[in-house]
Design a protein. Structure first.
Length: 429
């Protein structure tokens, strides 16, 4: 077979959509999709969401890519590429999550700073039992920080690592998480758009490879009710015009060594904490994970090397100085999530928000703050609607589409419990 091209974009539900295209498309090129994808829900319900133009003829949008961004794929005789979405007038589609991230990056670059991002993904491995019901992958010897066949008897993670190497992904780590069979996948820091491109392709690759072993690898926030949750932790830093780490104030990190840039970013995260939740923890299942004492980004707080706060300040300084935001999960679109965090941080710097005191509680029995995310998706979406500054920064059209779809999702999931709620999402996330 002549080499084909798989052209993809990550939609509003964090679903990867695309086409297989002929060899002639390998280069600078484009293809068209129905714009009303942005009105399609997990259950294939087609809704007249803002910007989806469902009742205006379901017109086309165009996916454009550059030949230099085409990569090798994990499938034989197939190249793969991500692109940007444009409307029928040739303008960047305002609903495009990748476009929202590029706008956020440009805002920081106007200040002489280039955002760097490193993303940590967590996922549960599920497999069908004899009756076809999804159950946790049988890894009874799995432990936190487990490696080898006791943590992963089928060794599907070995194949993921090998293919990641072939694909050029810069893996920093694969390890078993606290609740077996849960795994963590971390890619190294890179420029923000490149880092998110890598993470959405890595996530797709990992799921497709696992499926070859009979494993459904899901990145949804809480697929196993009795276990912990899975997050998508976003680590941020900034490179200045001299090539240094702008968050660094010396060889040591931690709260006592923070500079004004770090304080401004932190203040932005705290100020927009409630609104961010509706965007970066965007499913009903997210609020089974976002709970007090769950190491999940529930509380509106920050701290040093403390896993029970929402924003953690690394004790490493110099080139490794960074902020780790722990609220998001991978049911969110990673482009939208990183865009929202960058915009919240930029608002904190530009608006001079006051930074409250560092968390001193343990996060289990005692927490200083009393402010948190909402307890439900309905409440979180309402908080997002109220956050006008964040909405304007991320993109009002994208937010209007998101709010509409999530309000519908609240109604679709309100009577679902247990496996029924899990199965609404699990094959897509």
């Amino acid at each position: 077979m002549k080499t084909r091209l798989r052209a993809l974009f990550c939609d509003h539900l964090s679903i990867m959509r695309g086409k297989y295209l002929p060899h002639s498309k390998i280069g600078d090129d484009d293809t068209r999709f129905c714009r009303s994808v942005f009105g399609t829900h997990y259950d294939r319900d087609l809704l007249d969401a803002p910007g989806s133009m469902v009742k205006q003829g379901l017109p086309d949008m165009e996916l454009r890519w550059r030949g230099e961004e085409i990569r090798d794929s994990w499938h034989a005789s197939t190249k793969i590429v991500l692109g940007d979405l444009y409307d029928d007038a040739g303008e960047l589609l305002t609903l495009c999550p990748r476009g929202a991230l590029k706008r956020a990056v440009a805002g920081w670059q106007a200040r002489g700073l280039t955002p760097k991002v490193g993303i940590e993904l967590e996922a549960f491995a599920l497999q069908p039992d004899d009756y076809g019901r999804l159950v946790p992958y049988d890894a009874p010897g799995g432990v936190v920080y487990g490696t080898g066949p006791f943590a992963d008897p089928l060794r599907f993670n070995d194949r993921i690592w090998a293919m990641a190497d072939e694909m050029g992904f810069s893996l920093d780590m694969i390890t078993a998480e606290f609740d077996s069979p849960q795994f963590e996948y971390t890619l190294t820091f890179d420029d923000a758009v490149k880092a998110v491109d890598d993470i959405v392709l890595f996530r797709l690759m990992a799921r497709e490879i696992a499926l070859e072993y009979g494993i459904l690898l899901t990145f949804m926030p809480k697929p196993v009710a009795q276990a912990g949750g899975s997050g998508m932790h976003v680590n941020l830093s900034f490179t200045d015009e001299a090539g240094g780490n702008a968050l660094s104030s010396g060889p040591r990190g931690g709260p006592e060594h923070m500079n004004d840039l770090a304080r401004g970013c932190l203040a932005g995260f705290l100020h927009h904490h409630k609104g961010l939740a509706g965007l970066i923890a965007p499913t009903a299942n997210s609020y089974m994970r976002l709970q007090p004492g769950s190491l999940s980004g529930f509380w509106q707080n920050w701290g040093g090397d403390h896993r029970n706060v929402t924003t953690r300040i690394s004790s490493e300084g110099g080139a490794k100085a960074r902020l780790e935001h722990r609220m998001a999960d991978a049911s969110s679109n990673p482009y939208t999530t990183v865009a929202a965090l960058l915009q919240a941080a930029l608002l904190g710097v530009e608006q001079g928000y006051a930074l409250g005191p560092m968390e001193t509680g343990d996060g289990f029995d005692r927490t200083d703050t009393r402010e948190s995310t909402a307890m439900t998706l309905k409440g979180a979406v309402a908080d997002l609607e109220k956050d006008v500054a964040l909405t304007q920064a991320v993109g009002p059209d994208l937010i209007a589409n998101h709010v509409y779809m999530k309000q519908k999702e609240v109604r679709k999931t309100r009577d679902l419990e247990g496996d029924a709620l899990r199965d609404f999402y699990v094959h897509f996330v």
